[in-house]
Design a protein around this ligand. Structure first.
Ligand code: AMP
Ligand code: ZN
Ligand code: FE
Ligand code: FE
Length: 289
């Protein structure tokens, strides 16, 4: 029998992925992903369609989201898993975060115009057509108009923190982010910890220690951008703080063509015990799965 996969971190067109929620689930099924979390940035807009498609084709959907949180060393990302799509307080907070995104995107586009690029905010909105608009959409407009040879160049030269058109976006604090997700009954994990090279390891260790009592449940150990050494480091941190593990590809479709659903860059594999332990924890907490 073909190997099956678990993927607890993916993006759809509800944010900056290129597959619609339905396409994402169909793609998962085709690639033997049996449990799939949809974790769009700052929106639950894709969840209902994904859940319906999952029921239709036999893929278990974990409704989720990814929130950026601010730290003195730059952003970190947290994942909320097993949310209810209705989640009133979370949806209100995410609506405000999307408004902050809109103001920020307009500043970035203005910066690009000042640099001499013929680009408008309406072009970005038209290309995005999504609930949650972000820098990858701006990058794609730049690529389509021939201003950059690759998405990556748009980030390194212009859009990344330190790039010439960069503007920060207002986000929650780590404590606010964890509290908000916990309040809606989500299981909370810090995403792709090891890719944040600017954050001092001792500081990360302290942060985890301070978020644990607020309800942090897990750390994302398995991720497309984590080396085997990174995985060991995150597993070690999780053991130390008595946290569970999560794992996922961070699939974005054509927006990140080198990342495959379920398998990341080819060697990603989220072991079944990860999902089993998360489900057991939720059951112990009296939360639905
Ligand atoms: P935003 O949500 O607008 O702040 O954009 C952040 C998103 O941009 C991340 O979630 C990634 O999907 C993407 N991203 C960030 N840095 C890069 C990069 N260097 N190359 C390609 N995509 C990136
Ligand atoms: Zn993204
Ligand atoms: Fe992320
Ligand atoms: Fe992500």
């Amino acid at each position: 029998m073909a190997r099956t996969y678990i993927d607890l971190h993916t993006h759809s067109t509800a944010s900056d992925g290129s597959d619609s929620p339905r396409e994402l689930v169909l793609h998962a099924q085709k690639h033997n992903v049996t449990t799939l979390a949809i974790t769009d940035h700052d929106t639950t807009a894709g969840l209902t369609e994904a859940i319906e498609t999952g029921k239709e084709v036999g893929v278990t959907i974990v409704p989720g989201c990814e929130l950026a949180v601010q730290t003195p060393y730059g952003e970190l990302h947290i994942l909320g898993l097993w949310l209810t799509p209705e989640a009133p307080k979370l949806n209100q907070a995410m609506k405000e975060l999307r408004q902050h995104r809109a103001s920020r995107n307009q500043i970035i586009v203005q910066n690009l115009q000042n640099l001499g690029f013929d680009i408008t905010y309406d072009e970005v909105l038209a290309l995005a057509g999504s609930s949650s608009v972000g820098r990858p959409h701006i990058a794609r407009v730049m690529l389509n108009k021939g201003f950059v040879p690759e998405i990556r160049t748009a980030f390194t030269q212009y859009l990344a923190d330190g790039g010439v058109a960069y503007a920060p976006k207002k986000v929650l604090s780590p404590e606010e982010g964890v509290a908000l997700l916990k309040e809606e009954g989500a299981t909370v994990s810090i995403a792709h910890l090891a890719i944040h090279r600017k954050h001092p390891p001792e500081w990360i260790d302290d942060l985890i220690g301070s978020l644990r009592p607020l309800g942090l449940d897990a750390l994302e150990a398995y991720h497309s951008e984590h080396s085997a050494k990174d995985v060991r480091r995150v597993v070690g941190l999780a053991k130390k703080h008595n946290l569970l593990l999560t794992g996922g590809s961070d699939y974005h479709g054509e927006a990140k063509p080198h990342i495959s659903i379920g398998r990341g860059r080819g060697s990603l594999y989220v072991p079944p015990f990860v999902l089993e332990e998360l489900i057991a924890l939720r059951q112990k907490q009296g939360l639905p799965v």
